[in-house]
Design a binder for this molecule. Structure first.
Ligand code: ATP
Ligand code: MG
Length: 404
């Protein structure tokens, strides 16, 4: 247990905790010159007063998408007297057309934003603002898959272009979710995917270089050995080449050394750090799932906890649930929440999404077990998953920032 004195005293491990936090933007983004250049090329026309092509950026979590786009946004902000105006919108927070329009208004027309206008007024005001001195407005929509009425948002933003005589609007959409485009209207899809840029996962050697640099700023000299850094980089490469994960492990390992009052990070802290970061990542991932996937996962977790009505299949170690029973539970949860349950076709898609994320395993039973059915098994801790989802789904009152 650390005393308050320990906490306030100068750390023997950390020089700058900030440098290891996920919100820290490094000055230099190594191994991403090509990607940064592609983003620059997409926005370059707007600096000259022409509408650039829309850009869609896809890449797994922690591959540097947000960091690279922010890097380019900062570059643009340094350029004086440009017609290009840009808004960075985190769609996890601004998750509807109305909220996005309100955010853009508050970025660029702050006096107007406070007056509580509806979506139509906001739209007209923004359109006039763009047209006024032929501005080129670039909307950066990070985690764009979180927008509930994305077709409407894309339609609204692209419509400005046909409504105005001068200026223009372009979009940069960012997502780490491949499948969300299946839900999109073909017109939205072709607008958004005018140009596409894919961020590949980082290799272990690249992750090593990234965390080595960060360790040098974040830790006192000699705290993190090369052996430890290579180990962490290799683990993060296995986790999908996720730089955020590698930084989180590093921070956790440092905190453990501090708690254990040892002067360096040993392999024990590195290994414990990996386990801690893995746990945290799972629950963060659950928090980012679309609502109906959360509800399906919640159904799996509830049934795993309480046991199904049908006899569960137990092969000695593992317990499997029948997919049909999970679907029934999902439907009854939706009914209780006064939500329309999705069809079985969607449900099967959700199962394979959850499986791809490593949260469940789902497979065909083969012949003999109640005909031919799918079996489902929860791969993450049952109680904690239930708790996290209950807090997420029911804990905070439904908040609607105004209908569009
Ligand atoms: N090339 C790089 N050099 C240095 N640090 C990097 C690099 N790429 C990513 N990072 C660090 O990794 C962390 C995660 O990066 P970032 O947030 O850009 O990922 P992302 O692709 O947006 O992930 P997500 O899909 O989860 O939003 C950041 O804290 C950033 O500092
Ligand atoms: Mg991001």
């Amino acid at each position: 247990m650390q005393t308050l004195n320990d906490l306030l005293g100068e750390s023997k491990i950390f020089l700058s905790r900030e440098a290891l936090s996920p919100h820290y933007t490094p000055k230099k983004l190594v191994f991403r010159e090509k990607e940064i250049n592609s983003i620059e090329r997409a926005v370059a026309p707007s600096l000259k007063g022409d509408r650039g092509r829309n850009l869609f950026i896809y890449g797994k979590t922690g591959t540097g998408k947000t960091s690279c786009v922010n890097y380019v946004i900062e570059e643009i902000k340094q350029i004086p007297n440009t017609k290009a105006k840009i808004s960075y919108i985190n769609c996890r927070i601004y998750n509807s057309r109305f909220k996005v329009l309100a955010k853009v208004t508050s970025d660029h027309l702050p006096t107007y934003a406070k007056r509580g206008y509806g979506a139509v007024d906001l739209y007209e005001r923004l359109r006039n603002w763009v047209e006024e001195d032929s501005k080129i407005f670039v909307a950066v929509l990070d985690e764009i898959d979180m927008v509930k009425d994305l077709d409407d948002l894309i339609y609204t933003l692209t419509r400005i272009n046909s409504d105005i005589k001068a200026g223009g609007v372009s979009m940069i959409g960012i997502s780490n979710r491949v499948s969300f485009k299946e839900d999109l209207d073909p017109r939205s899809l072709s607008a958004l995917y005018e140009t596409e840029l894919v961020f590949p996962p980082y290799y272990a050697t690249e992750l090593y270089a990234i965390i080595k640099e960060r360790a040098e700023i974040g830790f006192r000299k000699g705290v993190a050995s090369d052996e430890v850094l290579h180990y962490i980089a290799a683990q993060a490469a296995k986790e999908g080449g996720d730089a955020r994960f590698s930084l989180k492990v590093l921070a956790r390992a440092g905190e453990l050394s501090e708690e254990r009052k040892i002067p360096t990070i040993t392999m024990t802290e590195a290994q414990d750090g990996v386990r801690m970061a893995e746990n945290e990542s799972v629950y963060e991932l659950i928090g980012t799932l679309p609502e109906h996937q959360k509800l399906v996962l919640y159904s799996v977790a509830l049934l795993t906890r309480s046991g199904g009505t049908y006899k569960k299949l137990t092969d000695g170690v593992d317990t499997y649930l029948f997919s049909g029973e999970v679907y029934n539970r999902y439907r009854s949860i939706c009914d209780n929440m006064k939500k329309e349950p999705k069809s079985e076709r969607w449900y099967r898609k959700y199962l394979s999404e959850l499986e791809m994320q490593g949260l469940i395993a789902a497979f065909e039973s083969g012949k003999g077990i109640r005909g031919h059915t799918k079996l489902v098994k929860l791969l993450v801790p049952t109680k904690k998953t239930c708790d996290v989802l209950e807090k997420d789904l029911f804990g905070v009152p439904e908040h609607n920032g105004g209908a569009a």
